[in-house]
Design a protein around this ligand. Structure first.
Ligand code: GBH
Length: 489
């Protein structure tokens, strides 16, 4: 049983670190400034604008390209140990390739990094957070095996330019969202809708790309104390009842295991249930070979162990069941048909904000997920690289404060039971472009005013809470911030 209802103040382990995160397309703006070229989100938001709420775009976003000093000031107000941000490929390498390095982009990221270092805030860099150069998408994007070289070249440039000052690297943010939502589905750019096929090729190339970059870094750039790894997303999948335990296990292997098993298991390679299900479904559907591409033995070895930590983005939980009546029926290829499980959230589960329908507040799911990662993958060091929830605009975000309290408590429960969680990252420092949800869903500790050019940032109640949490290194679920005192550094 899972206990999250403890009321005494609880101290975080010594050396535990706290930060916040953002991503380039979600905050930078300046989409066509100083030589930046077009990426897949520019293309999507300009050519199919109204698939995004209010036809919003990231053209200006939080204008962090110009506001970076204020961003670092907020980090200082909060007392962050680190800040996780991503680099825009199409800004740094406008041709996509290393034949032209954009000096203005180098200048911007240098300024941001140096401003953080000046105040002892560690810059943590995500190399890829979804904004692929459009030109590479035209060449097939992550389904093209040449991406391995292209991504490696791009990362080599970043390591050469910023590696003297950055110690913590994230190769790819949420491969599952890249491949499933972008290639199989239609809820992220490039919006391909080729399920049961594209996502598996994307996944393979992406894992091999990640591993190549990992080994390049370790062999050529690594400094004392550096870590580099991948960021995986996972909801917790809870069986609807005893009868559906296997369905929940299968969906865990399809969703998280697809990326975690090749890297973190002892054997490497895809999870067995993926190989078996996709091979048999493919045969029944008339394919000459499995829709799941194979790794060569060398690739299995290269990918296995290629992450110094288990980067985890976690937000919510779903229930899972298997519909026995469709067993044996081979629908047209699709990822969830391959997985043979159905996910949903009961209507009476508490949400954080009505617009964000996918995000129900289920802290015990976080605890169970951390336990499962500990058991399944040999208790790896875990970095919580994102966690948070959305609210309406407004400063009094009590639901966010209680979300953070309950999820942090669940994390502490798992740590007490032996999970090696080493850092925690709140998503997000400030409101930003929330992909298909545009600027409707507000994830920020700071509110951003999109009606003014300055994109003024104002601390919410949750910012006061987070600041105090970081100061005391203690979780007190009865804490009430005193908002009459202005945020000070
Ligand atoms: C993260 O993804 C992203 O890394 C970050 O950029 C983003 O701003 C943040 O979350 C907040 O959304 O409609 O049921 O298919 C989180 C993982 C998984 C969340 C898919 C949205 C859609 C669920 N995402 N999910 S559903």
């Amino acid at each position: 049983s899972v206990k999250t209802e403890r009321h005494e103040p609880r101290k975080f382990p010594d050396g535990f670190r706290f930060g916040t995160a953002t991503a380039s397309y979600q905050v930078e703006g300046a989409w066509n400034v100083d030589g930046k070229s077009e990426n897949i989100w520019d293309r999507l938001s300009h050519t199919q604008p109204c698939v995004i709420n209010n036809c919003d775009t990231g053209d200006v976003a939080d204008n962090s390209y110009y506001n970076y000093k204020r961003d670092v000031e907020m980090m200082r107000e909060l007392g962050l140990d680190f800040y996780r941000f991503s680099i825009s490929w199409s800004r740094l390498l406008p041709t996509s390739f290393p034949d032209h390095i954009n000096r203005e982009a180098v200048h911007y990221y240098n300024n941001l990094i140096d401003e953080m270092l000046k105040y002892n805030i560690e810059p943590m860099v995500t190399l890829y957070h979804w904004d692929l150069p459009q030109k590479l998408q035209d060449l097939g994007g992550w389904t093209n095996p040449n991406m391995v070289d292209w991504f490696t070249d791009y990362c080599r440039n970043i390591f050469e330019l910023f590696g003297d000052r950055v110690k913590t690297w994230f190769t790819i943010n949420e491969p599952r969202e890249v491949c499933y939502q972008g290639y199989a589905g239609m809820s992220k750019a490039p919006n391909l809708n080729i399920s049961g096929y594209a996502e598996y090729h994307c996944a393979k190339n992406l894992l091999v790309s990640h591993a190549k970059v990992y080994h390049m870094y370790k062999n050529e750039f690594n400094k004392e104390g550096d870590t580099i790894g991948i960021v995986l997303s996972s909801r917790w999948c809870e069986p609807e009842s005893e009868k559906h335990v296997q369905a929940a296990e299968d969906i865990f292997q399809f969703e998280l295991g697809q990326y975690a098993h090749p890297i973190f298991s002892n054997t490497g390679d895809w999870p067995a249930v993926m190989k078996n299900n996709i091979a048999s479904k493919s045969a029944a559907q008339g394919f000459y070979r499995s829709r799941l591409p194979e790794f060569t033995p060398d690739e299995v070895e290269m990918v296995k162990g290629s992450s110094d930590f288990f980067g985890l983005n976690h937000y919510t939980t779903n229930l899972v069941y298997r519909n026995e009546s469709v067993e044996g029926y081979h629908a047209s290829p699709s990822y969830y048909d391959d997985a043979n499980a159905i996910l949903y959230q009961p209507a009476d589960w508490v949400g954080s904000y009505p617009g964000t329908t996918w995000l129900k507040v289920v802290p015990w799911g976080f605890h169970k997920l951390l336990n499962k990662i500990r058991e399944e993958y040999n208790n790896p060091p875990v970095y919580i690289t994102e966690n948070g929830c959305a609210t309406n605009p407004g400063i009094m975000d009590d639901s966010r404060v209680s979300y953070y309290m309950s999820y942090l408590a669940a994390m502490l429960d798992a740590i007490e039971e032996g999970s090696d969680v080493q850092l925690y990252t709140a998503w997000s420092l400030m409101d930003n472009f929330e992909w298909y949800f545009g600027y409707d869903d507000r994830f920020g500790l700071y509110e951003v005013d999109y009606s003014v050019e300055e994109r003024t940032r104002t601390p919410r109640k949750s910012a006061y809470f987070y600041k105090d949490l970081l100061r005391t290194r203690t979780l007190d679920v009865h804490y009430e911030p005193d908002m009459s005192i202005p945020m000070e550094i």
